[in-house]
Design a binder for this molecule. Structure first.
Ligand code: BEZ
Length: 391
């Protein structure tokens, strides 16, 4: 009797297990919402940047009726605090606990490198909408990891070419972490290519904003130009401190992100600053006109490069999803479609190199009023060499 009961129980549990299996198989079907893990900072130095990226991503989805490839989009959002020491746990939460279909993040290079390691180990699709760490599309490149922003080398290199047009000696100032080091390396390469020479590299720990000792040393060295990499909340203080120290007219300041999205807060201190980036305010193309109008309508603000990068992360994901009619199980096909995607980005045409890094034009800009106005194209279709990527 007892054994018959056990057999019946076990048969019942087999049926139950089969039902569970069928249910979970069904949950992978395209009729279910698609889960997007947004791992971005909403607190700390890069909070504004994280919010802009998230808004850009969501804007594209909203423009498409809240769906991608016919599937409703569900967001799982996590504040990474730009803290590399929490990155492993945070990434695992999104992948293993929340079972996201795609991981979108982040701003800080150190956090993004850990995310990419976990994404690679779990074969989770990941799209980097900002962090420029060379390794992401270099030695750590992977079939399932894409970037819609830049490698730190790209804007650094373009800034070096820009500064070398008029100046022949420079001092660099940067936060001491992957992004700062790589941005300065890119600047040096471009500056030397244009006939310039970097005299000294100064730095301070991320996200320290005590710039005064470095500005004092800069004033003593008296180079023809200075190049700076700090971002987010740090860039507003740096530009104000630079002007207050009386350096703005004596040592022209160059940068990539230094005036991006913050001209209102920086005011007169930023006026006339020259920067090099893959986007400019009011860039003239049909897609950007539509993007600016849509962003203003939905968010009541003018977009900047961070919003563009988030928007393009959604566009790239959509390109992959459309190719498989929303079936994320067909990962190899999705990746193939993403690799060959030619996006109509607000920044201009956007395609991807073999390492999955953007190939894009780099613009010279000057800060006039509340706009970083494009003056010319410094380099067309600039691709990161990504020599260490073995894809
Ligand atoms: C980075 O950590 O890669 C980064 C952060 C802010 C702006 C640009 C790059």
């Amino acid at each position: 009797m007892f054994s018959t009961y056990i057999r019946r129980l076990s048969a019942q549990s087999t049926v139950a297990m089969a039902c569970t299996f069928l249910a979970s198989a069904a949950s992978a079907q395209p009729s279910e919402p698609i889960k997007v893990g947004l791992m971005l900072p909403t607190s700390g130095t890069f909070a504004e940047l994280g919010k802009k990226v998230a808004n850009g991503f969501k804007l594209y989805v909203t423009e498409n009726g809240g769906k991608l490839a016919g599937r409703t989009v569900q967001y799982v959002e996590l504040d990474d605090e730009s803290d590399p020491s929490k990155a492993n746990e945070n990434t695992n939460k999104l992948i293993k606990r929340d079972r996201v279909d795609v991981l979108v993040g982040t701003i800080h290079s150190g956090v993004a490198m850990t995310m990419a390691r976990v994404a690679r180990d779990t074969n989770t699709l990941m799209i980097v909408p900002n962090a420029g760490a060379a390794e992401l599309t270099g030695s750590m490149c992977a079939p399932n990891v894409f970037r819609t922003s830049f490698s730190n080398w790209q804007p650094g290199y373009a800034s070096g070419l820009l500064a070398a047009r008029k100046r022949k000696t420079a001092v660099t100032i940067s936060w001491k972490y992957a992004a700062g080091d790589e941005s300065v390396r890119g600047f040096r390469e471009g500056f030397e290519k244009g006939g310039g020479r970097v005299i000294k590299d100064l730095n301070l720990p991320f996200p320290n904003v005590e710039f005064q000792p470095l500005l004092t040393e800069l004033a003593t060295i008296k180079p023809e130009a200075a190049y700076v990499f700090v971002a987010g909340a740090g860039q507003v203080k740096f530009v104000r401190d630079y002007a207050a120290a009386g350096l703005k007219n004596s040592i022209p300041l160059y940068g990539a992100f230094i005036t991006e999205g913050t001209l209102e807060a920086q005011g007169e201190a930023a006026s006339g600053l020259q920067t090099a980036l893959h986007y400019a305010d009011g860039l003239k193309n049909a897609k950007n006109d539509a993007f600016i109008a849509s962003h203003k309508k939905a968010l009541n603000t003018v977009p900047d490069v961070f919003a563009v990068q988030g928007y393009d992360a959604a566009q790239l994901f959509a390109a992959g999803l459309n190719a498989v009619k929303g079936d994320t199980g067909k990962k190899a096909e999705m990746i193939k479609a993403m690799e060959s995607a030619k996006l109509d980005s607000p920044r201009g045409p956007l395609s991807f190199s073999k390492s999955h890094n953007p190939i894009q034009d780099m613009y010279a800009r000057v800060a006039i009023g509340k706009q970083n106005v494009m003056t010319d194209v410094i380099v067309k279709t600039l691709a990161d060499p990504s020599l260490d990527c073995k894809l």
